[in-house]
Each structure stands twice: as structure tokens, then as C-alpha cells.
Design a protein around this ligand. Structure first.
Ligand code: AMP
Ligand code: MG
Length: 409
């Protein structure tokens, strides 16, 4: 049996970031930039109005007030997206909308609120400083600026900045395609009525959902019967369609657990099988055709916990992220937990974490059986009971993984 940290090391040493690919901005949210981006353009590309109002020469409006307004001839109307054919001269103005290019001769914009229209003239009732309400070409970005560093996770703002300089595609590490392959003769679809001894396949939903939340693309390959041939065929299909395969069930020592035997028969390299933990003890990890294959146990909570603790960091590494892990912090336990016997395994408890004063307090979110999925609903953290501990009591310190916080290391 492998320790948790050794299993994680073996996994992470076996996977590498997927080669970068030029990707349209519309598909790049949350992906990691594989190269720094230097701006090919200047933003704004031209000096323009920051307000709806009148483009003027500031000197014409010096000292203007409601009782002593400046009166200017309005030469033209300038909506955004058009360019003035006339220049502003002394004693004149051009009506201008936000975003329209500042006409030649003008050096400021008087907001419409400080004016009063008078036919083809305008009364300006407040002064404006030179440059007032004007956005200068290049005040946001200059050609040649480094906009985004390599390794940045593309946020909505980053995508907007890239769009603003005309970079419609960027080199990013692609989303990992994760085949999720559920095994079990007893399984039927959520929409089917189970026959005697049958249950519905819930892992296909939880695991594909987790893959999506992790930023990967799930490729569902549901409900493989417990036969060698079916598992072999499904694995071949999964490897053809995905970068990573995660199988659910059929990985223990039961008579119908074929996943491990099939992988061995296909020549997969086993990095480990079985981890000193509960739930998720029978977890295994292989490399087949150069692709990572995770075998996770079928128990619903075990499957989710293995996805979270092992598959997720691997997927993040493959997608080029520098931070692979959620926060690991110390919390104060509230409640009681006792192992049924000393087993030398780390137990991962589903807990609910809350801040109380300056402390983080965690308590079990429900019964801890590895098939009790509803206790996952209320859980926002996993508490790690050490391998050599047998119980936890109120007030004990315990290490927890915060499942709803962004990665910090
Ligand atoms: P296994 O790992 O195949 O021995 O399965 C362990 C337990 O998890 C059994 O009670 C299975 O019925 C259950 N199980 C396996 N696969 C699934 C699944 N996809 N959805 C829900 N329960 C499952
Ligand atoms: Mg099974």
C-alpha cells in the first residue's frame, strides 16, 4: 500500500502540461497562457471623447458660467464610429458622443450637462481644462507593452484586454479531455427504473461534474458491464477519445473486478494500486499508451474524494496551472469520530467548515459511510484524520482541505 503523499508524487511525476494550442478567445476562459502576450496595438487607438457633449477649444470656455456663458457655433454632429471632416476653430464646437474621435482643433469636451442648446449654437456654462473629458490614444495600452505573463489564468478581464488589441487567438494549454468510464453490472441510467438488485449510476454525474468544475472536458463513457471484453473495449474507446481516463468501480478484489486485470493485460504500467486512506483505498494509477489512467473505487463518496484529491491536481498540472492544490489549513474539530479499529490509514472526513471568531471550526457533515453521497452535499471541506490516530474529539486540531476555496499552492 502506498501513502497518500507517495501516490500523489507518482501521479504528478507522470503527467506534464499538454502542448499549447492557439485557441479562440471564446474558448479560452480559465485556461493558462503558455506564452507572454505583447500588445501589437495601442488602446485606445485614437484620442476620443469620454463624455457625451461638445468638442471645444478649452480657451474658448475660460470663465464660462450660467450667468456668463460661452456661445459657440455648432459645426457638426459626431456619433461614435464616425470621424469629423471639419476641424474645431475658435468660437466653434462639434457635438460629440462618448467614444467618437476628438476632432482636429479641439482639446477638450464639455459634458452636455454643462450646456444649453440654442438652435445651431450652444451655450457653454462651465469652463473645461485642456484635456478635460478626453481619453488619449494609448492611455490604456501601448504597442509593445507586455500585457499578460506566461502562466496567467485567463480571466474575463484578460480576455477583454486581448480582444481590445485584436488578439483573437491565444496560445493556451488546452482543457484536458477526461473520459469517465463507470463499470458495474448493477448500474442503470438515472432515467431508468432499477430492476431487482440494480442501482442508478450516480458516479457518471458526480465525476463528469467534477471534471467540468476542475476546468476539464468530461467525456462520459457510461455503464460498462463487468466483463473483461466490455472493460477492454471501453478502455480502448476512452483512450481514443480522451487525454486522461478515469474508471469507476471494478478496481477492488471482487470476483467481477476486471479493471486492474484488463489494464495489466493491455500492458499498462502500474504506478500504484491501493493507498493508505479511507475512503478510496483501492485507488490505482496506470500509464497506458502514454496516457494517465486512474482507477477509482465505485463507492460514490470514494469516487468523488479520489477525483478531488488525486485527479484534480493532475488535471491542473496538465492544463499548465502553477497552483495545483486547494488550501490546506488547521481547524478545530467539533464532534466525535472514532475509527472502528486502528488501521494505519488516513481517514478523510466530510466536514462542514465555518469561521468562528478567528478560528476555523469543522464538524462532520453527515454519516461517513463511503457510499453516503448526501453527506457530500453539505460538505465544504475534507478533514484528514492522521494514519496513526484512532479518534478525534471536540477541540482537537485537524488538517483540512477547503473544497470551495481557490488553489493556493
Ligand atoms: P465497486 O468499486 O465496483 O466494488 O463498487 C463499490 C460500490 O459502489 C458498490 O456498492 C457499487 O454498487 C457502487 N457503485 C459502483 N459504481 C457506481 C456508480 N457508477 N454509481 C453509483 N454507485 C456505484
Ligand atoms: Mg463493481
Amino acid at each position: 500500500m502506498t501513502t497518500r503523499s507517495e501516490a500523489l508524487r507518482l501521479i504528478l511525476d507522470s503527467v506534464a502540461p499538454l502542448p499549447p494550442r492557439p485557441t479562440p478567445l471564446s474558448e479560452a476562459l480559465g485556461l493558462v497562457l503558455a506564452e507572454a502576450v505583447v500588445s501589437p496595438e495601442t488602446v485606445p487607438p485614437f484620442t476620443n471623447s469620454a463624455m457625451d457633449g461638445y468638442a471645444v477649444r478649452a480657451a474658448d470656455c475660460a470663465g464660462a458660467s450660467p450667468s456668463s456663458p460661452a456661445r459657440l457655433d455648432v459645426l457638426a454632429d459626431l456619433p461614435a464610429g464616425t470621424v469629423a471632416s471639419l476641424a474645431v476653430r475658435g468660437g466653434t464646437a462639434i457635438r460629440i458622443m462618448t467614444g467618437a474621435p476628438l476632432p482636429a482643433g479641439a482639446d477638450a469636451v464639455v459634458p452636455v450637462e454643462a450646456t444649453e442648446g440654442e438652435g445651431d449654437r450652444v451655450r457653454v456654462e462651465a469652463p473645461v481644462r485642456p484635456g478635460g473629458n478626453v481619453r488619449l490614444a494609448g492611455e490604456d495600452v501601448r504597442e509593445g507593452d507586455e500585457l499578460l505573463a506566461r502562466g496567467v489564468v485567463l480571466s474575463p478581464a484578460a480576455l477583454g484586454v486581448l480582444a481590445s488589441v485584436g488578439l483573437a487567438e491565444v496560445p493556451v494549454h488546452p482543457r484536458v479531455r477526461v473520459a469517465v468510464l463507470t463499470t458495474g453490472d448493477e448500474l442503470v441510467e438515472a432515467s431508468s427504473k432499477p430492476g431487482p438488485g440494480q442501482i442508478r449510476d450516480s458516479n457518471i454525474r458526480t465525476m463528469c461534474g467534477q471534471a467540468s468544475v476542475f476546468g476539464a472536458t468530461p467525456v462520459p463513457i457510461p455503464r460498462v458491464p463487468d466483463t473483461r471484453d466490455a472493460v477492454t473495449a471501453a478502455l480502448a474507446r476512452a483512450l481514443g477519445e480522451a487525454d486522461v481516463v478515469v474508471t469507476s468501480g471494478g478496481i477492488s478484489v471482487g470476483d467481477y473486478d476486471f479493471v486492474k486485470a484488463v489494464l495489466a493485460g493491455l500492458g499498462a504500467r502500474e504506478l500504484f494500486w491501493k493507498v493508505r486512506q479511507k475512503p478510496g483505498g483501492p485507488l490505482g494509477f496506470w500509464l497506458l499508451d502514454g496516457k494517465p489512467v486512474f482507477g477509482v473505487p465505485g463507492n460514490t463518496v470514494a469516487a468523488m474524494v479520489c477525483m478531488e484529491e488525486y485527479v484534480r491536481p493532475a488535471l491542473r498540472k496538465m492544463m499548465g496551472h502553477a497552483r495545483l492544490f486547494r488550501p490546506e489549513v488547521t481547524a478545530v474539530f467539533e464532534g466525535t469520530f472514532r475509527k472502528s479499529a486502528p488501521d494505519g490509514k488516513v481517514h478523510l472526513l466530510r466536514v462542514r467548515a465555518r469561521r468562528e471568531g478567528g478560528r476555523l471550526v469543522v464538524g462532520p457533515s453527515g454519516p461517513q459511510g463511503s457510499g453516503i453521497l448526501t453527506s457530500m452535499l453539505r460538505s465544504n471541506a475534507l478533514a484528514l484524520v492522521p494514519a496513526d490516530a484512532t479518534s478525534l474529539a471536540t477541540g482537537d486540531e485537524v488538517t483540512v482541505h477547503l473544497l470551495e476555496e481557490p488553489e493556493d499552492h
